[in-house]
Design a protein around this ligand. Structure first.
Ligand code: ADP
Length: 447
């Protein structure tokens, strides 16, 4: 028997004996026992009611523990101990929560916690500032009811955390935000919001500078190239001038080609949407480009594999520049005894692929990820000798981006390369519309 039981029983027994003795003294044994039992019940009821009122007191208060070593004193002491422990851990939890809140508020980037259905749970100060959230009004609301940009709604629905979305700020005109959702805690999402106005402005300034400088340089260069052409056509040109004029002519032509490519690139980068979108007969572009290989030049044999008549919704001249750049590269970097194949086919998983496959020199594996950087050339000497500038693949990448397409490059040194452009299903169309087929190709986009 535990000590607590023994203590209670001894105390109850002593009380009953005392009650019985007093009852016997007054010749009322049962009345004495009854009163003793009543006293015992009253004692326990009194402490029970006290315990109930102690537990009902506000949590910050301590439980008043009666003196002595009785059962109730020990019970209340235990409750008080648990109570104190709870209060301490709650205090620690509160200060931790405060610290987390302070540190997330100090973040320069916005953070919004969302439920699985994108209702706002909480957010930090930067998110409030960047997205214009209002403390009481917006908590519990769906984020796509507050940021109503269609690109943002489509981005949320995709639930693809590997992608980042750039949006104009819903609060401040001229500002831009980069948004990304990240899953956390099983079912929930975190929306990260970064103000990228400064980077966007810098990129725009760089683009404008390159475009303006190229534009300003083109006119005088065209004049110089024109005079050099005229000089080289001059039959009386003195012999010692023949080589320098020829060299100057080819360098001027090269500079003009660089400037033209830079202008194409800055145009592709700065236009957020494609001008003049139509359903374009892509197979026809491939056929025409393949036929454009100069007869005079010794070049690899060219094969066409056109397995579909599907067309692409996009811009004619931008698509032409994709095919032409990839085809010219294949000719440039494949020896005359090699092969170049141009393929156009539908993919089983949806969408279509345009691939340029060559059996040329190939590219070192380490260089492949850098090929679409401007002015990057895998082998500078060889590329320069072949007439390369280093802008062609950058143009291809941007032109494909404009068509929601991707460029994939596979290559092996000494074996050859495959450049494949993957167009998504939603970009494919049929040229069965008489109006579209016969519509003149407008030359609004000078790419
Ligand atoms: P370039 O005007 O120098 O050809 P690109 O941007 O078109 O510039 O290509 C970048 C570099 O990629 C080239 O300098 C070349 O080294 C490499 N490259 C591109 N296409 C091929 C290819 N089909 N085979 C081998 N190397 C290639």
């Amino acid at each position: 028997m535990s000590g607590a039981w023994l203590f209670v029983l001894v105390r109850l027994g002593a009380l009953l004996i005392l009650g019985g003795l007093i009852g016997l003294y007054f010749e009322q044994l049962f009345a004495g026992l009854f009163v003793a039992a009543l006293v015992s019940i009253w004692f326990h009821l009194y402490h029970l009611i006290r315990l109930e009122s102690e537990l009902a007191t506000p949590r910050s208060k301590t439980v008043t523990v009666p003196d002595g070593t009785g059962l109730w004193a020990r019970t209340l002491a235990r409750i008080d101990h648990v109570h104190q422990r709870l209060r301490k851990s709650k205090k620690a939890y509160r200060s931790l929560l405060k610290e987390v809140r302070n540190s997330t508020n100090a973040l320069p980037d916005g953070v919004v916690s969302l439920t699985n259905t994108f209702e706002i749970v909480r957010y930090n100060r930067a998110a409030r500032r960047n997205l214009g959230l209002k403390a009481k009004r917006d908590r519990g609301q769906r984020i796509d009811n507050l940021v109503r940009h269609p690109d943002f709604i489509a981005y949320l629905n995709e639930r693809d955390s590997s992608q980042t979305l750039v949006l104009p700020s819903p609060v401040l005109e001229g500002s831009f935000l980069s948004l990304r959702i990240v899953p956390y805690g099983g079912d929930d999402w975190m929306l990260l919001v970064r103000d990228i106005t400064e980077q966007t402005q810098l990129a725009r300034m760089r683009r404008d500078f390159v475009a303006n400088a190229s534009h300003e340089l083109r006119t005088p260069l065209t004049v110089i190239a024109g005079y050099l052409d005229a000089m080289s056509d001059e039959p009386d040109l003195p012999e010692p001038w023949l080589r320098p004029v020829g060299e100057m002519r080819s360098q001027a032509a090269r500079m003009l080609a660089i400037i033209t490519d830079l202008l194409k690139l800055s145009r592709l980068e700065s236009d957020s949407s494609l001008a003049d979108e139509q359903c374009i007969d892509f197979a026809e572009i491939i056929r025409r480009t393949a036929a454009s290989a100069p007869d005079s030049m010794l070049h690899p044999s060219v094969e066409l594999r056109i397995d579909t008549a599907k067309a692409i919704r996009g811009n004619q001249s931008v698509l032409e520049s994709v095919v032409l750049n990839l085809f010219q590269n294949a000719l440039r970097y494949t020896p005359p005894e090699g092969n170049v194949t141009l393929c156009w086919r539908l993919l089983d998983e949806g969408g279509a692929e345009f691939a340029v496959i060559d059996t040329g020199e190939g590219i070192a594996e380490a260089d492949i990820p850098r090929l679409t950087e401007r002015f990057f050339r895998s082998d500078r000497g060889r590329s320069r000798h072949a007439g390369g500038i280093g802008l062609g693949l950058a143009i291809v990448k941007h032109a494909l981006n404009r068509h929601d397409a991707e460029l994939h490059i596979k290559s092996r040194l000494g074996t050859g390369s495959t450049f494949s452009c993957l167009f998504p299903e939603q970009r494919l169309c049929e040229i069965d519309d008489e109006r579209e087929q016969n519509a003149p190709v407008t030359a609004t986009d000078p790419l």
